[in-house]
Design a protein around this ligand. Sequence first.
Ligand code: NAD
Length: 394
Amino acid sequence: MVQVLIVGAGYGGVMAARRLERANYPFTLINKHSYHQFITWLHEAAGGRNDINDYKMELREILPRETTTLIKDEVTGIDREARKVVGRRDSYSYDYVILALGSAPEYFGIEGLAQNSLLLRSVDTAQAIREHIEKQFAAYPGDPRDERLCIVIGGAGLTGIELIGELTDWLPKLCARYKIDRDKPRIINLEAAPSILPVLPSALQQKAREVLEKKGAQLRTGAKIVRVDPGHVHLESGEDIVSETIIWTGGVRAHPALAQAGFTCDPRGRAKVNPYLQSVDDDHVYIIGDCASFQSGNRPLPPTAQLATQMGWVAGGNVAAQIKGQPLAEFVPKILGTLASLGREVGVGSVGSVQTSGIVAGVAKELTKVKYLYQLGGLKMVRRGSKALTRERV
Ligand code: NAD
């Protein structure tokens, strides 16, 4: 029997697995956790919306076939010569592998940043942010230091901006709970570039800025973080901002295992793939999602969930076709738009050529969740997931 492995159960890995189940092909999926995480909704989890467990789903629910083997292990390396992936608990042989290992935080070598900041990357880190902020608010009445209520977010990409939107809605509720003056908390966003949300057109950048500033956030552009000490963020200008909550959303690079295994990589550590999503170094290795450097025009595609999902579907189909000796499908990316939520009700973004903001964009963003749940498992999954995701806990 030809041994097919999928490594990683993020957006790309899970969709590749769904496609292989659809093709009736047995395979093994190895993932660090027994569950799939809704990474693109984590700002909600960090910002106090809903139960934290609503942002994950057991893999067995998504991949019910008995022929599908699920292994919980963290893969740390790839032995290309031996055709094995190496995990913390064991190593696993393959004839074909789909590498969907996701990304790692990009710290750009900034001193003290990794040691002294929180990240928004998983259900666990979202929970850590949520608990940390709540602890600061709970402690403030007995120890009223302003830095307890000052939240600094480094980076104004989609991750940072969506988190700010969520926090601006949550903090007033925390103020009410702990009897703190609503004007006391501060959210300061520090962005090195001249504008926020560089992926969106300038009219939408401006709209997002207006909405978030109206909700009380400070958005500072041209503010480059150069060093972080415990409780202190240092800017290139020499300014020192004192804060007990420093969150880094300044960018991602590919999982380090790809470069370590000697795949041909781009400067962000993503392994180069051909039009069929095979590694340019080995046609038995498919690489998808944030790990893949897929050339589109004169630059690689961005690392988004939307594209990872599409790549997973194509890679799963191509593995099944390659085993059967059938022609492979070329990957044709479809960028349907980019939507950013700015809190529980409003958003900004573009869908096709249409630019949208306010409640319409907020609703469109909610609909992307429904669409994804449907892709995961039809109406059953929409009912299971959307019920949980529309509930508000706080
Ligand atoms: P990003 O790379 O898009 O944004 C990081 C920001 O941090 C940049 O604007 C950068 O200028 C800034 N930055 C870097 N170094 C800095 C420094 N020293 N000081 C201050 N600012 C600094 O990262 P992201 O927001 O985590 O997004 C990663 C990928 O995930 C992107 O491709 C994004 O499109 C995607 N994403 C999409 C969605 C969505 O579709 N809603 C949501 C989240 C992430």
